[in-house]
Ligand binder design. Structure first.
Ligand code: NAD
Ligand code: UDX
Length: 459
């Protein structure tokens, strides 16, 4: 099928950047991104591209170049479905918060709503592409919903998981390691391959069956997260033995079979994907009674929870076993640098633990708006909103955030933190002034020379 019009349902962290790049590289295809969230669509349509709903380096330029030419953002979902030959489903698939599989399984209600919406509206043949991360065999359910429309429309389902990472989304989309397309119809697979083919070399476009494609996405995230938990587990051993986790990571990463990437010890991984996808993998394994498989992967999450908790506990212990009434400055609230996304950020859990110990927290993040900090803390439901509010400050200026603080906790690896005037920060803090570097970002010798008591991960 020749593709002239694409619709993407879901204008989020994946739908937005992915479709912007598809539109840029395929000027002859009209790409419309639709969403039920009217505010989000309005933000994507804002003439001032610094107000786009998500921050990704390089994204604003691409949106500016393509928007109103062949890239459109709209709330008219039915219209976009009706006119497109290819429909991407890129809606959220969060962990279930109710019923069977609560806290583990992926909540597929938004996916099902999309399938029903497509079934209701479609009058011509469609290729439906799963872009969201889904449990293996979800395509079966989508197929079943679409094929019961009562008319003679042909639907072809493809699985095309997205491997972009936030903060580097544009680069990851422009130069992907691979594009994965799973499906049953060769024609449908080739139609999608031709969309990517306008900028991705064909040998990087992998064609598989539907189930391999769906399962590969969960597996990739599980393997990546496992590396972080593995190095974080070693970081604790380093702290006991005098080994330095940075040196260990370098030493093992030079083994070409291990490789150097994803070996940075940290306060713990965050983000909307790793935890959700591993929990989902564990749930699927248990549903097939594969308990050893489930236990194996669950350990990645257990280790990550331990690392976040351990970081906060170490801070408290070092501050003479109490942070009650003490101000702790938190630099970085996003789950990693170069994004405004805070979903599952380690900072939220560290802050929550410190608040439970009656600390006063003072937060600065270069891209996260202050109101988001309280939203994230309130979402945990650990204490009342009023209590969170009275114990939490948020600042637009890092030097204000650290004023009179007993300790600074660096929880996101923003580059700009390295170039701050740390002597000035030291002067503003209570003494002894402590730094707990959850990203091993700062220079230990420099910090010690200024007078800080500096603590890093795995050292
Ligand atoms: P998101 O929450 O940023 O965006 C999802 C959007 O879908 C929201 O704006 C929501 O309003 C919209 N939506 C939900 N139901 C809808 C419906 N019925 N009709 C129209 N719009 C609807 O989520 P995201 O981060 O973009 O993730 C989307 C999917 O991609 C998830 O399955 C996720 O696991 C996967 N994924 C995410 C990343 C990432 O880095 N964020 C990377 C790879 C894969
Ligand atoms: C991840 C996958 O990398 C991506 O392929 C997938 O499509 C979505 O999930 P993302 O969550 O956006 O991407 O960011 P990623 O770079 O993977 O980082 C995830 C978390 O792990 C962050 O909190 C990051 O700080 C942490 N991390 C990563 C480490 O602590 N150490 C590392 O060495 C790497």
């Amino acid at each position: 099928m020749k593709i002239t019009k694409i619709c993407c349902i879901g204008a989020g962290y994946v739908g937005g950047p992915t479709m912007a790049v598809i539109a840029k590289k395929n000027p002859n295809i009209k790409v419309t991104i639709v969403d039920i969230n009217a505010d989000r669509i309005a933000a994507w349509n804002d003439e001032d591209v610094s107000k786009l709903p998500i921050y990704e380096p390089g994204l604003a330029e691409i949106v500016q170049e393509t928007r109103h030419k062949n890239l459109f953002f709209s709330t008219e979902i039915d219209k976009a479905i009706d006119e497109s030959e290819m429909i991407f489903i890129s809606v959220n698939t969060p962990t279930k918060t109710y019923g069977k599989g609560k806290g583990m399984a992926a909540d597929l209600k938004y996916i099902e709503l999309c399938a029903r919406n497509i079934a209701d509206v479609a009058k011509t043949d469609k290729i439906v592409v799963e872009k969201s991360t889904l449990p293996v065999r979800t395509a079966e359910a989508i197929k079943s919903i679409l094929h019961h429309t009562g008319n003679s429309i042909n639907f072809h389902i493809l699985s095309n998981p997205e491997f972009l990472a936030e903060g580097t989304a544009v680069n990851d989309l422009l130069y992907p390691d691979r594009v994965l397309i799973g499906g049953e119809s060769i024609d449908a697979i080739e139609s999608l391959a031709s969309v990517y083919g306008s900028w991705v070399p064909d040998d990087k476009i992998l064609r598989t069956n539907l189930w391999s494609s769906e399962l590969s996405k969960l597996t990739a995230n599980a393997f990546l997260a496992q590396r972080v938990s593995s190095i974080n587990s070693i970081s604790e051993l380093c702290e006991q033995t005098g080994a330095d986790v940075n040196e260990v990571a370098k030493a093992i990463g030079l083994d070409s079979r291990i490789g150097p990437k994803f070996l940075k010890a940290s306060v713990g991984f965050g983000g909307s994907c790793f935890q959700k996808d591993i929990l989902n993998l564990v749930y699927i394994a248990r549903s097939y009674a594969l308990n050893e498989v489930a236990d194996y992967w669950e350990q990645v999450i257990i280790m990550n929870d331990h690392q976040k908790r351990r970081f906060a506990d170490r801070l408290i212990k070092t501050l003479y076993n109490t942070v009650s009434g003490k101000k702790i400055a938190i630099l970085g609230w996003a789950f990693k640098k170069d994004t405004n996304d805070t979903r599952e950020s380690a900072a939220i859990y560290v802050a929550d633990h410190l608040l439970s110990e009656q600390a006063q927290i003072s937060v600065f993040d270069p891209k996260v708006p202050c109101e988001k900090v309280l939203i994230d803390l309130n979402y945990l439901n650990t204490r009342t909103e009023k209590e969170n509010e009275s114990a939490t400050e948020c600042h637009q200026d890092p030097y204000e955030a650290v004023k009179d603080a007993h300790a600074v906790a660096v929880l996101t690896e923003w580059d700009e933190f390295k170039s701050y005037d740390w002597k000035a920060i030291y002067n503003k803090m209570k003494k002894p002034a402590f730094i707990f570097d959850g990203r091993n970002l700062l220079n230990k010798d420099e910090m010690n020379a200024i007078g800080f008591e500096y603590h890093a991960i795995g050292q």
